[in-house]
Design a protein around this ligand. Structure first.
Ligand code: NAD
Ligand code: DAU
Length: 339
């Protein structure tokens, strides 16, 4: 069995590679990643000598290169994590989101079609459903909730999903799609709320809260996401979409206060800043389909997962200190300097 994992030097793709190498000693994993600002080979450092892992630096929009790779390697399965993933960056510069997230997905679908790949799995997001009101806790995203996107990021991910479905219907490409809620855990790039908060607290820097801080996200530990994707690869029905989430809604201010408390600090660093444009109010996943069809359920509670994640950032300073010493500072000043 040979699996192409695109975006495997990023947060979730990297965790997925660790998960798969541990669980399946007879599976070959080929990581395809162009190493953008978010891709980091040190995420794969502890498995770099594993003979089941191969790394290839390639852009998924490079049609010629991708086709040659499929020709040479003939993967059984492709799992597409590669994407531009940060909403704030998509508001600053949408172009690269459309290129990577839509056209890159199309190149992979064309290659799967040509080389008869047994499965193409698209890693999508709950953001394709838009948002839910704060005062209707009874409403949750189901797989048939209409797509209604808010940001250039979510629009690009929704476009990719539509292409994946079109390639299944028109060309018979064997696809599955998963739409997960917000992930947290080791190796997450510190532009995202949880690692940014941990790292800023450690540096004594302000903790920027967009708008009122009442926006709600549905948090899932990345290991539970990886386990769900593995199940879908093994038991999912071709052509289907599966929502992934663990009923774990928290407002942003609650999340930040929890991290402050675990680190034993005071709340004086909390700083309310201007809101994200088009800021989605609330995400909440109904995971009944994957639970009922495949018996998936999350194993890490938020209380346990956030403690473990904070401990990981404390124990792995080198990983994130290298990141924040570079271009990250320019990004940070641009995003937060005048906010
Ligand atoms: P990330 O930004 O941490 O990693 C993305 C990876 O993709 C990086 O290694 C980057 O180098 C690579 N990449 C980007 N453009 C590429 C290109 N053109 N060719 C090859 N590689 C490229 O992202 P993440 O948070 O790990 O998200 C992974 C996937 O999961 C994305 O598709 C995202 O939409 C989806 N998702 C993320 C979350 C979340 O909470 N982070 C939740 C649901 C879904
Ligand atoms: O829901 C899944 C999505 O989750 C994924 O598809 C995206 O790839 C991923 O980035 C994430 O998107 P969010 O926009 O929800 O994540 P982010 O960590 O950027 O923000 C979480 C919430 O915290 C959001 O309401 C914005 C807010 N926020 C974020 C940052 C970075 C702040 O208040 N301050 C901040 O500095």
């Amino acid at each position: 069995m040979k699996i192409f994992v695109t975006g495997g030097a990023g947060f979730i793709g990297g965790n997925f590679i660790h998960f798969m190498l541990t669980k399946y000693p007879d599976t070959k994993i080929v990581c395809l990643d162009s190493l953008t600002y978010a891709g980091n080979l040190s995420t794969l450092k502890s498995v770099e000598t594993n003979t089941n892992l191969q790394f290839i630096k390639i852009d998924i929009t490079d049609r010629k290169g991708i086709f040659s790779l499929f020709e040479a390697e003939k993967p059984n399965v492709v799992v597409n994590f590669a994407a531009e993933s940060h909403v704030d960056r998509s508001i600053e510069n949408p172009d690269i989101f459309l290129k990577t997230n839509i056209l890159g997905t199309q190149v992979l679908l064309d290659a799967c079609r040509k080389y008869g790949t047994e499965r193409f799995h698209q890693i999508s997001t709950d953001e394709v459903y838009g948002d839910l009101p704060l005062d209707r806790p009874d409403l949750l995203f189901k797989e048939d909730t209409p797509i209604q996107t808010s940001s250039p990021y979510s629009a690009s991910k929704a476009s990719a999903d539509l292409l994946v479905q079109a390639y299944h219907r028109t060309f018979g490409v064997p696809v599955t799609i998963s739409r997960c809620s917000n992930n947290y855990g080791p190796y997450q790039f510190p532009e995202k709320l949880i690692p940014l908060t941990i790292i800023n607290i450690l540096a004594g820097k302000p903790l920027p809260i967009y708008g009122t801080g009442q926006n709600v996200r549905d948090w899932l530990h990345v290991d539970d996401h990886c386990a769900a994707v593995d199940l879908i690869l093994n038991k999912g029905n071709i052509g289907e979409i599966y929502n992934i989430g663990g009923h774990n809604e928290r407002s942003n201010i609650e999340v930040v206060k929890t991290i402050i408390e675990i680190l034993g600090k005071g709340q004086e660093l909390i700083t309310y800043v201007s809101d994200r444009k088009g800021h989605d109010l609330r995400y909440a996943i109904n995971p009944a389909k994957i639970q009922n069809d495949m018996g998936w359920k999350p194993t890490t509670s938020f209380e346990e997962g956030i403690e473990k994640t904070i401990a990981w950032y404390l124990d792995n300073r080198k990983w994130w200190e290298e990141i924040i010493s570079g271009e990250y500072q320019t990004y940070y000043s641009k995003m937060y300097g005048k906010r």
